[in-house]
Design a protein around this ligand. Structure first.
Ligand code: B12
Ligand code: SF4
Ligand code: SF4
Length: 345
């Protein structure tokens, strides 16, 4: 005798499925095309704010239409996983900081949790696909629609009572659920993130010019623009400044960090500059590294040494001098800049 198809899981059952993966917030949105976000993507491209980024900008009509991922999609189930962790004390040797979202892998557990939801939906006869940090869907826009939070002026999705330190993902499905309503703006008259961005990258509320944003410049292949090298400070990957000045995020999130999301905050810069390609890809390969080329990590590391090493640090100067005299012209130029910075202190 054929077994009856299980009924659709309700919100509580989905939360039970996904909670072991560190996710305690979900919301439901209509899987209809998001014309507003498509227009926003096209507008960013037209203004040059998207720089050379592909990602969701590569095909705006696709990344704003969940129906392009799942035929007959009706619902997007959006989910958020906290990555809020407190800072660790800085080491003595020259070191660079990793932004909180990248200290450990938060995307895999989120993906696994959503995959468990997908299996359950499929058992109920529905089509369903996981989308996490995927070029085919603008995660924040879907999470906003699904009532998970409001758009902060720093462009991040702000979860009521918890701030913005969450990674986002979704399941696109043919299953039908009542849709949640978007959360009202909670920024009020605050504009600390706009004033606190070290490079002035938040050009208007909710709009980031990637050409100035350190989080993009560390990922972007090629020359690191000289005007932003000093502002990079000791960041090797990612930038948290516009979240660290944000009252809802710092008061609610970083001060009561999630114990599950602990990871390594510091990179030893001398080790990084001495490591071979295989070691660097083994350690940091889950980051976005253009063309999987560790050269961009070394470029960032040279700038960080320039910004942090003491002029009396012979070991740091020696490793930078090796790059200055090496056969990679781009790295040699960044090394010259770093040595000049060190000497100027
Ligand atoms: C490209 C990208 C980047 C780019 C560009 C960022 C950007 N602001 O667009 C760069 C490399 C700079 C970047 C940086 C970061 N990113 Co990023 N990034 C993405 C990616 C791949 C696509 C984003 C996208 O499509 N943007 C398009 C534009 C149009 O979207 P938007 O800026 O949100 O625009 C909306 C608002 O402007 C809003 N809006 C409209 N009118 C108004 C009016 C007002 C007043 C306001 C406030 C808003 C508003 O509507 C627009 C359309 O929806 C997503 C993953 C994904 N697949 O979605 C991750 C993603 C957005 N990034 C994420 C993270 C964690 C970061 C960083 C915090 C990482 C770090 N520490 O370095 C920084 C934050 C920088 C910042 N302030 O935004 C998370 C965000 C989580 C969250 N809670 O919001 C995502 C969702 C990844 C994930 N799956 O978790 N990122
Ligand atoms: S991530 Fe850093 S550089 Fe980019 S907008 Fe935020 S504060 Fe500015
Ligand atoms: S710093 Fe202020 S304006 Fe910016 S996102 Fe946070 S609450 Fe909103």
């Amino acid at each position: 005798m054929a077994r009856p198809t299980p009924a659709l899981p309700d919100r509580e059952e989905i939360l039970e499925i996904i909670a072991p993966f560190g996710v305690d917030r979900i919301g439901f949105a209509a899987a209809t095309p998001d014309e507003h976000t498509r227009a926003a993507l096209e507008d960013r491209i037209a203004h040059g704010y998207a720089d050379t980024m592909g990602f969701t900008f590569g095909n705006p009509s696709r990344s704003t239409d969940p129906g392009r991922t799942v035929d007959g999609a009706v619902t997007v189930i959006a989910a958020a996983r906290s990555y809020a962790v407190a800072d660790e004390p800085a080491p003595v040797r020259p070191a660079a900081r990793i932004a909180r979202y990248a200290r450990t892998d938060h995307y895999t557990p989120l993906r696994q949790g959503l995959q468990a939801v997908v299996r359950r939906l499929r058992s109920a006869g529905e089509r369903a696909v996981v989308m996490v940090d995927h070029n085919g869907l603008v995660d924040r826009a879907m999470a906003h629609r699904a009532g998970l939070g409001w758009f902060g002026r720093n462009a991040n999705l702000m979860l009521p009572g918890a701030g913005s330190m969450f990674v986002l993902g979704a399941v696109v499905t043919t299953a039908r659920y009542p849709h949640d309503t978007p959360v009202a703006d909670g920024c009020g008259t605050c504009r600390r993130c706009i004033d606190g961005c070290p490079t002035g990258a938040i050009v208007e509320a909710g709009v980031v010019d990637a050409r100035r944003c350190l989080a993009w410049l560390v990922q972007r292949p090629g020359d690191f623009p000289e005007e932003f090298r000093a502002a990079l400070g000791d960041r090797i990957y990612g930038c948290d400044d516009c979240q660290e000045v944000c009252p809802p995020t710092t008061h609610l999130s970083i001060r009561s960090p999630s114990p599950a999301s602990d990871g390594d905050m510091w990179v030893d810069l001398i080790d990084m500059l001495n490591a071979d390609d295989a070691t660097l890809l083994d350690r940091y390969g889950r980051w976005y590294i253009a063309d999987r080329d560790p050269r961009w990590l070394r470029r960032n590391a040279l700038i960080c040494v320039g910004n942090t090493a003491s002029p009396t640090d012979i070991e740091a100067r020696a490793v930078v001098e090796r790059y200055r005299d090496g056969d990679d012209d781009l790295l040699a130029e960044h090394a010259r800049w770093a040595l000049a910075q060190i000497a100027s202190r």
